[in-house]
Design a protein around this ligand. Structure first.
Ligand SMILES: NC(=O)c1ccc[n+]([C@@H]2O[C@H](COP(=O)([O-])OP(=O)(O)OC[C@H]3O[C@@H](n4cnc5c(N)ncnc54)[C@H](OP(=O)(O)O)[C@@H]3O)[C@@H](O)[C@H]2O)c1
Length: 316
């Protein structure tokens, strides 16, 4: 698989990454998924402390137990900052927490569950309305100095929120993980429907894609297979749109001799922002088939045809 560099870091990673949000709690099944991802050439693996309440990280660590040398080959990323309802007391509400204390505690928890001494990348999972950037800066500086986290980034952050952090945080923010797929195109729509009143859906991305390109922040696309909605998984989108998009994707897949999932990922990869899709399939066959996106080159015309099908409207 082709490699890309991650933002302004010295990290080189597979251009398709793999996310562990849905990792099986069955050790053998989890190991089959992990090895399928590694065999497909994936080197960037995404976690979060909250995935399956920490169990995803804990189960993943089985891979080192059987093959310790893999730690050097995998670029390990985790996220912190989401605190679930019921933690710690039954009445505690869900909230975001970018305080110094929580960031440090969360990273300690991830390192313990992942059975590793360092994370290659730590992302702030979702913007915290009560963020105090000085605290984030202090936490990041300590984690970096202690060798516990090599690089830092954010997820679901707007340009304004990133600017605020950058004013205090000394380490470069190298990635912004955002939702992007053929069925979730808000960040692209806002550029195409610029200054028009007929934007097909509300978008408050504030130029995030262009901002990240300008500032050496790699966009990582979460749910790039749209959670399997084109493959029959539950969807709130209109049936006609799903069917139209699925038909076009299937036709292109047949034409290029790859799976529909490979076309969805090739569509994300075709954007010159250098976005790294984080696929979330746990099915070993689907992982292999999806990663063949690396071989697919979509033309400008194919990209736009797919975009219109996913949007269900013509470009203006
Ligand atoms: N930063 C954030 O806020 C955020 C939010 C969500 C996710 N993420 C990250 O992004 C990663 C990927 O998210 P995701 O899992 O939602 O991404 P995804 O790759 O879009 O969706 C994967 C899901 O779709 C199913 N699927 C895909 N193609 C299918 C088909 N043709 N037919 C039936 N089912 C199909 C998969 O099932 P199988 O396993 O059976 O193939 C799996 O359940 C996560 O693991 C996590 O690391 C980040």
């Amino acid at each position: 698989m082709k490699k890309v560099s991650m933002g302004a870091s010295d990290l080189t990673v597979s251009r398709i990454a793999w996310g562990c949000m849905r990792l099986s709690q069955d050790r053998q099944q989890a190991l089959r998924s992990i090895h399928a991802a590694l065999d497909a050439g994936i080197t960037l693996v995404d976690h979060a402390d909250v995935y399956q309440r920490g169990q995803a990280e804990a189960t993943f660590s089985a891979v080192w137990t059987e093959a310790p040398h893999l730690r050097q080959q995998i670029v390990l990323q985790s996220k912190c900052g989401i605190r679930s309802a019921g933690d710690p007391g039954p009445d505690t509400p869900a909230r975001y927490d970018h305080s110094y204390r929580h960031i440090l505690d969360a990273v300690e928890g991830s390192l313990r569950r992942l059975k590793t001494e360092y994370l290659d990348i730590l992302l702030l999972h979702r913007p915290d309305a009560l963020v105090e950037p000085e605290e984030v800066a202090r936490a990041f500086a300590e984690l970096h100095a202690a060798g516990k986290v090599r690089w830092f980034g954010v997820s679901n952050h707007t340009p304004g929120q990133i600017r605020l952090l950058r004013r205090w945080v000394e380490q470069p923010l190298i990635a912004n993980q955002l939702q992007l797929s053929l069925l979730h195109t808000n960040m692209i729509d806002e550029g195409i429907w610029m200054n028009r009143n007929d934007l097909p859906a509300p978008s408050r991305g504030e130029g995030t894609l262009d901002f990240c390109r300008l500032h050496d922040i790699t966009v990582q696309a979460w749910s790039p297979l749209a959670g399997g909605q084109l493959g029959g998984r539950p969807s709130s989108m209109p049936n006609a749109l799903l069917q139209g998009a699925a038909t076009l994707v299937a036709e292109m897949a047949a034409d290029k001799g790859v799976s529909p999932e490979a076309i969805l990922i090739a569509w994300v990869l075709r954007h010159p922002a250098g976005t790294v899709p984080i696929i979330g399939t746990m099915n070993p066959q689907r992982i292999a088939a999806t990663c063949r996106a690396d071989e697919v080159e979509l033309t400008r015309e194919e990209w736009y045809r797919l975009y219109e099908a996913g949007r269900g409207v013509r470009v203006p």
